[in-house]
Ligand binder design. Sequence first.
Ligand SMILES: [Zn+2]
Length: 416
Amino acid sequence: MLLRVDADRLRADFDALAAVGATADGGVDRETFSPAHLRARAWFHERAAAAGLETRVDGASNHSAVLPARDPEARTLLLGSHLDSVRRGGRFDGALGVVCALEVLRAVQDAGLELPVTLEAVDFTDEEGTLIGTLGSLALAGGLTPAALATPRGGRELLVAELARMQLSEEGLLAARRDPATLAGYLELHIEQGPVLERARVDIGIVTGIVGTASFTVAFEGEARHAGTTPMSARRDAAVAAAAFTLGVSELVVREFTGAVATVGDIRIEPGSFNVVPGRATLRLECRSLDAQEVESLAGALTELAQATAEGHGVEVTVEPVGRVAPAPTAESVRAALTGAAADLELTTMEVASGAGHDAQSLAAITPSGMVFVPSVGGISHDPAEETAWSDCVDGANVLLNAAVRLAEEAAQAVS
Ligand SMILES: [Zn+2]
């Protein structure tokens, strides 16, 4: 049996949510724990309660709406995304996934369907990284490390202050961990945030996984000298080495690492003036791939390239690893459920890797997880101009709904 979401109700919810923290240019400003973010979370719980769903908040401030199975021992199928945004972000990123998850629970309830799993729609805390990044989903998955808490993205001081202000604690964050044995899986709908689906004119993206990342600081050390009196042949110019390395990175990836991307995102030249040959250039560099082995070999090749470039330009170099995130492949069973649901709905699909991080990345470590992408107009995201055709949002919600039903039935079969 094919179920359908209530598209009008979904639209009303989406529009109401987009008005919370709305900016004049059509975006939203809902940074983690800002007044607008807290209002959005309260709104989510009000809508859930109005539908007769249970509402819960865990030690990481993850906000849930729950449709319990009749059997209290039944496992839980999680659906979710996030209501926080980047500063001056778009109204679709995260929010669409949360309203669709809520709508799935209501559609199942309205259909009078008794699923053999509990359905839980989760609004995860701080996906965008005002504090840590995928904070709530990491906490739920037991993936919050002492290192992540010690050196959070937004700084330790901000984390400590914000936890105290929200009456949260590090013990509470750790206690939000859920036993994987109680979970039946995780599904997330999200906008693609890239141009692939739109260009291919495909309705639905079935996410193969979330890419892994390795990031580095590379520092070339030459000699700062007078720019007028130092002949070209006598220079050890750190900026020239940095420029050669930057071009080399791009060429190397295009030539030899076709499944990867690499970016020199920042170059700082010192002392930084018209009349001094640069003595030091510091670059911030990251690479990503869905293939852990490719991240590994590319990281090695980039280090070798830095050393060869330094040698060729008569400067010294140091390469310091900054961060490493493992790729998170989605589960085959979940991809099959999503693909099957889309086929039933007569929608076209293609497999895509996610170049951006998502809460699904945290969940993939502990339970069969998957994601459905809907097309982003112009591939624009993290911007007020973020847009997805409404018919695509409804199609995605229907895929999420029918995939959830498929997974619920499979979960019951696996147990019996
Ligand atoms: Zn997002």
